[in-house]
Design a protein. Structure first.
Length: 283
């Protein structure tokens, strides 16, 4: 058989295979085209794949970015609930965050330099120093009073230093991502409940506690989208704080420290707060 005959036969076989493939997808249509049914399904599949990819990337990087802070707060609250002094609770939280950040920096080093790069002791000290500087700057930011735009009044702003350091840390971090956060109430006196027409609550966490700090704060939710309010409440709940949404005339979110005493944490103090908020809502 001549070379031209072989070429003609191959071309004929290819043409028959192509026509059969087109016949299965529909004559006159290119498989996978937008005009065909399979093309539409493919387009939807690509869109869903893209959405899943975006959600996964947001979740992954969000977890990476916020994990050190979440570890800091959860460890600090855990230690606090075991009745350790506040400085030691915060110290343990920062130590845990230091470990996470140090792992991040070490991973970044090998990612840039390559997995076979030598790891010297002096580079470890440099990485540790970088992490300590980052944590020190963050702690300095937390200790600062918030901008007056985030506080309802000058009186509340003056009381901010009386708020428990764990609550101050969580609020200062929340302000970084929510420029509209507003603190409406911190410290209270029995006369404040009388002014609101509520029964006096001798166990309110808005009173200065035995450690000298106020263990509760109210944040404004009125005038904000509900999804924002739900995310804010989920943020504080994820960190380990107790939250109570009051949707009465003064719509706000009540955030409080869990009490270190397990028998009290089971509900007596917080239930009293709930009863008071319920009465306020009915007024």
């Amino acid at each position: 058989m001549s070379r031209s005959s072989l070429s003609s036969q191959k071309h004929s076989n290819w043409a028959r295979g192509t026509s059969r493939g087109v016949g299965r997808k529909g004559r006159g249509q290119v498989p996978g085209s937008p005009d065909s049914g399979s093309g539409k399904r493919t387009g939807v599949s690509v869109l869903m794949w893209g959405l899943r990819r975006i959600v996964w990337l947001l979740f992954k990087w969000g977890t990476i970015v916020f994990l050190p802070f979440i570890v800091l707060m959860r460890v600090a609250l855990f230690v606090y609930q075991h009745e350790w002094p506040v400085p030691l609770a915060l110290g343990m939280g920062f130590l845990a965050a230091f470990c996470v950040l140090f792992l991040y920096v070490t991973w970044a080093y090998f990612w840039v330099a390559g997995g076979d790069a030598p790891y010297y002791a002096r580079t470890a000290w440099t990485k540790a120093l970088v992490v300590l500087v980052v944590l020190g700057l963050f702690q300095g930011y937390v200790l600062l009073s918030p901008d007056p735009a985030h506080v309802k009044s000058d009186a509340v702003h003056a009381e901010y230093s009386r708020l428990h350091p764990l609550l101050r840390t969580s609020i200062a971090t929340m302000i970084l991502v929510d420029e509209h956060l507003l603190i409406t109430d911190l410290s209270r006196h029995p006369s404040d409940y009388e002014a609101m027409g509520l029964p006096t609550n001798p166990r309110s966490l808005h009173y200065p506690q035995a450690d000298g700090y106020v263990h509760a704060v109210d944040l404004r939710t009125k005038g904000h989208y509900e999804i924002r309010n739900l995310l804010m409440r989920g943020y504080f709940a994820a960190l380990g704080f107790r939250t109570l949404r009051h949707v009465g005339t003064a719509d706000h979110l009540h955030v409080a420290l869990p009490h270190p005493n397990a028998s009290v944490r089971s509900g007596s103090i917080f239930d009293s707060e709930i009863r008071n908020r319920f009465h306020l809502k009915r007024r």
